[in-house]
Design a protein around this ligand. Structure first.
Ligand code: NAD
Length: 333
């Protein structure tokens, strides 16, 4: 019987994994705690570990899991910036779910954009209080606006389709341009010409703080920035400054640079010490969601299916179709 130690478990994970696991019959030990070098010992006696976006899969954790004889680490997500791939390479194979529902994330990006632009979140609160005033709720037409999409992989491409449905003009930047009929430009041009910028590239050393004080300087005044990819693509301090000095028109954030100790948890009774996040959340032209772009029934079903299939295939015949490897290519970033 193969045993999986499952970290950072939430009720929705358990629900979907238990349904899909009926086909596999693995023993799954669900832990609410996140994976780290300290909590790795909970996996003692297991064959596999399943981790998520804010788990710490750095060298010390990999060492600890290796000592326990863990045979495979299955990331139940697409991004893997929290995994030390170079270190894991010779110790434990790491697999991921390369695609589960790009539409879930792309639709969430558009939901954020529509909500913030048309002040739906404010209107909802007002009308619940029978306040039917429209003052302060003015937005702008998306029709005819230019959206700059950074990263045109699965999610970026789905987002482009949605934007075209709104009659928007699309500019794109990608290190590996892959879509026909899309106007690819360099990053400088994208920054200069876009009314809205949406980030869909992975977090790597070269994309860390791809949005920073200098890039914000090059943007049009009033630009909306949407980030459903990874928080550290944006230098949060520069973002805050850009919003305060009104260079930026708004920010839609499903991810945040320092989210790992905050997101996915109820911190409503805690004094949150992150001043930048606290200020961002207080601004009227910022909307923050808690890394929930993936949160649809379809995506959760696909995540559970691919993760358990990754583990099953590995133990059946050593297959590692979705292994994360060091040699970054178009298909592995
Ligand atoms: P993908 O691999 O299909 O596409 C990523 C694209 O980014 C590729 O076309 C790649 O060439 C491009 N890219 C790589 N480096 C780049 C660079 N330096 N500049 C510009 N483009 C670059 O990945 P995807 O499935 O579309 O996912 C994109 C990202 O979305 C993931 O890396 C992950 O961080 C994030 N994500 C977020 C959620 C969420 O819940 N918010 C869920 C899934 C994925």
């Amino acid at each position: 019987m193969i045993t999986i130690s499952f970290y950072d478990t939430k009720p929705y994970d358990k629900k979907y994994f238990n349904i899909i696991n009926e086909q596999y019959g693995f023993t799954i030990n669900y832990f609410e705690t996140k994976l780290s070098a300290r909590t790795a010992k909970l996996a003692e006696g297991s064959d596999a570990v399943c981790a998520f976006v804010n788990d710490d899969v750095s060298a010390p954790t990999i060492d600890a899991l290796h000592k326990l004889g863990i045979k495979i680490i299955a990331m139940r997500c697409a991004g893997y910036n929290n995994v030390d791939i170079r270190y894991a390479q010779d110790k434990i194979p790491v697999v991921r779910v390369p695609a589960y529902s790009p539409h879930a994330v792309a639709e969430h990006a558009m939901a954020l954009l529509l909500t913030l632009n048309r002040r739906i979140h404010k209107a909802f609160l007002r009308t619940r209080d029978f306040n039917f005033s429209l003052n302060g709720l003015t937005g702008f037409d998306l029709y005819g606006k230019t959206v700059g999409v950074v990263g045109t992989g699965k999610i970026g491409s789905a987002f482009i389709d949605i934007c075209r449905g709104f009659g928007m003009k699309v500019l794109a930047y990608d290190v590996f341009p892959n879509l026909d009929g899309v106007e690819y430009v360099d990053m400088e041009t994208l920054l200069k010409r876009s009314d809205l910028i949406s980030l869909h590239c992975p977090l790597t050393p070269s994309t860390r703080h791809i949005i920073n004080a200098k890039s914000i300087d090059k943007m049009k005044k009033g630009v909306f920035i949407v980030n459903t990819s990874r928080g550290a693509l944006i230098d949060s301090e520069a973002l805050l400054y850009g919003l305060l000095n009104e260079k930026l028109g708004g920010a839609c954030l499903d991810v945040y640079e320092e989210e790992s100790d905050l997101f996915y948890e109820d911190n409503s009774a805690t004094i949150v010490k992150d001043d930048i996040l606290s200020r961002l959340i207080c601004l009227p032209n910022v909307i923050v969601t808690s890394h929930q772009g993936f949160l649809t029934g379809e995506a959760l079903t696909n995540i559970a299916s691919t993760t358990l299939e990754n583990i099953s295939e590995f133990f059946a015949d050593g297959s590692l179709d979705n292994q994360i490897l060091m040699n970054f290519s178009k298909n592995t970033v």
